[in-house]
Design a protein around this ligand. Structure first.
Ligand code: AMP
Ligand code: ZN
Length: 473
């Protein structure tokens, strides 16, 4: 098939046309979530843009196979090999086992993805399912002389590679700045950037999940899981590997180092990285705490589709700053857009020439480094264009295969939706206000009413009791 899809390949630092290993097929891998916490909307920006990439590739005609790991073991609190184990820390805090924590947050992650119309990858594999594969790769790396045992752990020897820093021309010291802040030097390492493939000795003796291995009882390093899981399901050659920009170093750099040393040839041709969602204080991150989740947005009355539109309106390679003002504008725009589409009548014949013209423009936008904001402009243009409603509706449905904004499904012009969580929150507040009134604490009762009002919820005292509704915009 004709290859016309272009995007910015971090490896070559240019916008390149994707030419897959096998004609018409794309083997794609996504670094999955660490499951010790809810995903924040920054993480979900990355997954959403990767979802758009996958859907755009399918839209242009590729048969895509996408694989994702679930990091349920061995992810430490820094990107280097030290720090506390986040899974263990979270399990202790929540009085659960590590596997219970992993299951809970894996399910929560896919619930959030569903709300945002992020398709589930074809294969989702938890790291804990692949221990024999990890051990095998470490054995081969040792045999080939790319790894060494020191202080009980197995390390990858980065000095064995001619070019370890594949993504950058930066110097070793530059690259270390971002990861060294809270990292103590591991004296077992021969070179600063060597990384652990298999741990048997670690700072935390309370590591919950451990497996037997030729080097003693222990657990895998973080990077090895992506290399092994990708190869398990996609074979020795992969076309596109995705992640957030913070994964470029050290995670993706280390994935390439060990995979190509193991295979003896180039592994993956195209690397797709999504820039960060920031808040006023900088990059949104799980370790900072106080994170914004999809549920929080819903509690505040936003349809998750509004967040999807918010992300699609900006380019995936630019940092994006979250603000409620922009969310409010986006909510109003989304409501208007869906209302307008709901008013289209599916009558008459499709005007094929017009259909093809706009489909061509849409294709140009998404094939040009996934220009989603241009794709949305094409959507607005077609609604204004001179053609019948049936053609417009057919185009909107067609574009929504990539945008996934529920453009033709939303009811009543995309009123703010009320979900069960919001409902129970409001009912609890109403109850609290009733108690305050009973105790003649009217200041508190008023404060509760104002708090709800600030969240866009109006309450009214009626003879039948308190009723509530979402505020009109
Ligand atoms: P984690 O669960 O921390 O491994 O992160 C999951 C994905 O989200 C990775 O691809 C990260 O690169 C990405 N990510 C982390 N923080 C952000 C952020 N603030 N904005 C966008 N993507 C992020
Ligand atoms: Zn990964």
């Amino acid at each position: 098939m004709e290859n016309r899809f272009k995007f910015y390949n971090t490896l070559s630092r240019t916008v390149e046309t994707v030419v897959p290993h096998e004609d018409g097929k794309i083997a794609m891998y996504t670094c999955g979530p660490t499951v010790y916490h809810f995903a924040h909307i920054g993480n979900l920006r990355s997954y959403m843009m990767e979802d758009v990439l996958e859907k755009a590739l399918r839209y242009v005609g590729y048969d895509v196979k996408r694989v994702m790991n679930i990091t349920d073991v061995g992810h430490l609190s820094s990107d280097a090999d030290t720090g506390e184990d986040k899974m263990v820390k979270s399990a202790q805090k929540e009085h659960k086992t590590v596997m219970e924590i992993a299951k809970f947050y894996t399910d929560a992650f896919f619930d959030d993805c569903k709300k945002l119309n992020i398709k589930r990858p074809d294969v989702v594999e938890p790291a804990t399912n692949c221990i024999p594969e990890f051990i095998h790769m470490v054995e081969v790396l040792l045999e080939k002389g790319y790894a060494y045992v020191a202080g009980g752990n197995v390390y990858f020897d980065t000095s064995k590679l001619e070019n370890y820093y594949v993504f950058s021309t930066q110097t070793e010291d530059d690259m270390l700045v971002g990861v060294r802040d809270d990292v103590e030097e591991d004296t077992n390492k021969k070179n600063k950037n060597d990384f652990v493939l298999w741990f048997t000795k670690s700072k935390f003796e309370d590591q919950a999940l451990k497996w037997d291995s030729p080097w003693g009882v222990g657990y895998p390093g973080w990077h090895i899981e992506c290399s092994c899981i990708a190869m398990k399901y996609l074979g020795e050659y992969m076309d596109i590997h995705c992640g957030g920009v913070d994964n470029i170093f050290p995670h993706h750099t280390n994935e390439i180092a060990q995979s190509e040393s193991y295979l003896g040839h180039k592994w993956c041709n195209y690397w797709f990285h999504v820039n960060h969602l920031n808040d006023k204080s900088g990059k949104m991150s799980k370790s900072k705490g106080n994170i914004l989740t999809v549920s929080v947005l819903q509690e505040k009355g936003y349809d998750p589709m509004v967040y999807r539109l918010f992300c699609l309106q900006s380019h995936y390679r630019k940092p994006l700053e979250f603000s409620y003002d922009i969310m409010d504008n986006t909510a109003a725009a989304y409501k208007k857009l869906v209302k307008r589409i709901a008013g289209l009548k599916a009558e008459g014949e499709i005007e094929q020439e017009k259909f093809d013209e706009f489909k061509g423009k849409f294709l140009d936008a998404i094939c040009n480094d996934l220009n989603t904001s241009m794709a949305i402009t094409v959507l607005y243009d077609l609604l204004k264009a001179d053609m019948n409603d049936a053609t417009k509706l057919a185009l909107v449905k067609d574009f929504d295969n990539v945008l996934s904004l529920n453009l033709t499904e939303a009811k009543n012009g995309a009123e703010k939706t009320v979900d069960a969580e919001l409902e129970s929150f409001v009912l609890a507040k109403i109850e609290e206000r009733k108690e305050a009134k009973k105790a003649k604490d009217f200041a508190k009762a008023d404060a509760i009413r104002d708090e709800l009002m600030a969240k866009g919820i109006v309450i009214k005292d009626t003879r039948e009791g308190v009723v509530w509704h979402l505020a009109e915009e």
